[in-house]
Design a protein. Structure first.
Length: 354
């Protein structure tokens, strides 16, 4: 393993790509509980997103529901299949938000912004939807197709907005507010919105101003700096640096707010969920989520400082508490108290690092 890391380092330095080299990560001791109390008549599904607001309330976007697909002579119409729930800080169920929403199809992520607005990212409807704290819709980005041709067109075909974009680059997408499998959303201090658009045909980051007006996008499919192979998670630090989980390339890429590549972090597996803590001492959490076709490998979560140094790791793949099954979401309002959403184990764990 040491020899392999040396070869990777030599190859990366030869290519001129800045990289953070890593030593073996120490194990972080931790405790875990399953804190949420779902009503008896509401089953929990695959937890794609979990996030907390300033009061400590917990929001869960889960693949729970009854997706409906209607087949015509040549088109399929679909809706439903995911639900958004709110719990108080003790885990007591509070309410459901956005019930029967047009954009709720396959849950991918939920995030709470600094004003306690609730944002969901839906993979199948290719939409990002903003709710105010009362649950009223304030904004939508992207657009759900009215219908999907059967069979579907090749990536980049009519109505897709994905596939080949700027200059014909694969995965670059259309330079506008049209997504193909968005995966996450984040904001900088000015309120600009960054959408990770990368678990479908696209492999890019799209930037909007605070009012939802498209500004620019960057990225295409590939292995070079600024290219991605499945953009999974996104997070922004207090200086406005954008951290992107480039899962397929097993790295986290770091950019400035205009998409200029700065560095990359490796040695954290295949990163999926990202979260950066608030406050003067910020740290990054990144899940090495086990793939759905091999649920007994990986699974750990890494703690990284913002220079890219791995401070430690905790957890492993498995079904029991303190084990993780495809961790798709991490909430980290404080450095040592986290919520982790798992699509594989259909649950939320509250983790306390010791």
């Amino acid at each position: 393993m040491k020899r392999l890391l040396q070869l990777v380092l030599i190859a990366t330095l030869a290519s001129g790509i800045p990289m953070i080299a890593q030593s073996p990560a120490p194990e972080i001791p931790f405790d875990s509980v399953d804190p949420l109390k779902f009503p008896e008549n509401i089953p929990i599904g695959e937890v794609a997103g979990v996030s907390t607001n300033s009061k400590g309330d917990v929001f869960v976007y889960t693949r729970t529901g009854h997706p409906t697909i209607s087949l015509g002579t040549s088109r399929a119409f679909a809706h439903g299949g995911s639900r958004l729930f709110q719990f108080d800080r003790t885990g007591k169920f509070v309410r459901e938000i956005g019930q029967n929403s047009y954009g709720f199809m396959v849950a991918q992520q939920v995030r709470i912004d600094p004003q306690d607005n609730i944002w969901i990212v839906d993979q199948m409807s290719s939409m990002v939807i903003k709710f105010d704290p009362n649950g009223q819709v304030l904004m939508s980005l992207g657009r759900k197709a009215e219908a999907v041709p059967v069979p579907a067109p090749a990536p980049g075909g009519a109505g897709g907005g994905g596939g080949r974009g700027r200059g014909g680059l694969p995965g670059a997408g259309a330079p506008q507010d049209l997504f193909q499998g968005p995966s996450d959303v984040a904001w900088d201090a000015a309120g600009n919105i960054y959408v990770a658009d990368g678990v479908g045909a696209n492999a890019r980051v799209a930037k909007f101003d605070k009012n939802g007006k498209f500004i620019k996008s960057w990225g295409s499919r590939g292995t070079e700096s600024g290219q991605f192979n499945e953009v999974h998670g996104i997070a922004i630090d207090a200086q406005g640096n954008v951290y992107v989980a480039d899962s397929g390339n097993k790295r986290i890429q770091v950019f400035d707010g205009d998409g200029t590549f700065k560095t990359q972090i490796v040695g954290v597996g295949a990163p999926a969920a990202l979260c950066i803590t608030p406050g003067p001492r910020q740290v990054l959490y990144s899940s090495n989520s086990n793939p759905p076709d091999d649920i007994d490998v990986a699974g750990e979560i890494y703690k990284v400082d913002l220079t890219g140094k791995v401070l430690g790791k905790f957890g492993r793949a498995g079904k029991q508490l303190k084990e993780f099954g495809t961790a798709n979401a991490i909430d980290c309002r404080t450095e040592n108290d986290l919520y982790v959403g798992e699509t594989g184990n259909w649950r939320v764990q509250k983790v306390t690092l010791r």
